[in-house]
Ligand binder design. Structure first.
Ligand code: ADP
Ligand code: MG
Length: 281
């Protein structure tokens, strides 16, 4: 049973746009030592813009493949393309979580996604070593590498200083997990002073990471925007979803929902949890 004092804490939290699904999660927040964050849509805005692309053909092929996807990457491609791509001769559209899109266009295989996707389908490719910190979408058609689209996301202002504040509140470790490439992961983790990062992860790798930490006896909080990470939210000691960007599945799987999508709300939740504990004890 949950001591009555925790209910007051839930009300205070909800007035700040923090939905906590039970007093036991306030108690759990006080015991959390490891804070794990998804990158896209959680620490960054998930609002990509296209910076450059190899050719008009590459952008058009990307738009064909991405037109039905709700992924933030797909939205950026469609915005840059600026018109409705053709629908005919397109079939078998399949979204591969953490990788990209596979479909058939004019009877030939069309791929739009990251290097992992190209490797999975055995596409020979040479990607110029980019110094810039952009996310890359590679296009392959009929077994051949066609080129790349460079897209850029921004760090949420609310993510800045988050790791340091969590540490000040007693966090032992902060971590960022992402399916994006290592160069971006490194730069975001460094800018946000996050202790550890892992890149090029599939959704199931994120769950494995959380499970491995838990097996070490850590109390793990995982915060995500929910695109492909509902199982990770459910698998953590505490799952935190972004309420605005988050999918229905994520909001349902989460124990705490941040209605404003601001990661800094976690700090408010921690303060409420501390205060509530003092009242309860
Ligand atoms: P994150 O782990 O940063 O939250 P996701 O798991 O949503 O990101 O995606 C991981 C990676 O998978 C992206 O960085 C991208 O390379 C690739 N990807 C996922 N969905 C798509 C898509 N619709 N089109 C192209 N690439 C995609
Ligand atoms: Mg994500």
């Amino acid at each position: 049973s949950v001591p009555l004092g925790y209910f007051g804490g839930l009300g205070t939290a909800s007035r700040k746009g923090i939905l906590i699904k039970g007093g036991n999660y306030l108690e759990a927040l006080n015991n959390t030592d490891t804070f794990v964050f998804d990158k896209t849509g959680t620490l960054t805005k998930g609002n990509f813009s296209v910076e450059s692309y190899s050719s008009d053909e590459v952008l058009e092929l990307a738009a064909l493949a991405e037109q039905h996807s709700t992924h933030p990457i797909a939205r950026a491609v469609m915005e840059a393309y600026g018109k409705a791509p053709g629908l005919h001769d397109l079939s078998g559209v399949e979204e591969i979580p953490g990788c990209g899109i596979k479909c058939v266009y004019r009877d030939k295989e069309l791929l739009a996604g990251n290097e992992k996707l190209l490797r999975t389908f055995g596409i020979e490719h040479s990607i110029p070593a980019t110094t810039g910190e952009t996310t890359l979408i590679h296009i392959a058609y009929d077994g051949r590498f066609k080129g790349t689209i460079n897209i850029r996301d921004e760090i949420k202002p609310s993510s800045i200083g988050l790791s340091a504040k969590l540490k000040a509140l007693g966090a032992k470790k902060t971590v960022m997990l992402t399916g994006d490439r290592a160069a971006i992961a490194k730069s975001v983790a460094e800018e946000l002073e996050i202790d550890e990062y892992r890149s090029e992860l599939l959704p199931e790798d994120k769950l494995s990471y959380v499970e491995a930490m838990t097996a070490q006896g850590r109390k793990v909080l995982f915060a995500g925007d929910g695109i492909n990470d509902a199982p990770v939210l459910a698998g953590a000691h505490i799952g935190v979803a972004m309420g605005g960007l988050g999918s229905d599945a994520a909001i349902e799987a989460a124990d705490i929902v941040l209605m404003t999508d601001e990661p800094s709300k976690l700090i408010d939740a921690m303060h409420i949890a501390r205060k509530t504990r003092k009242i309860v004890l």
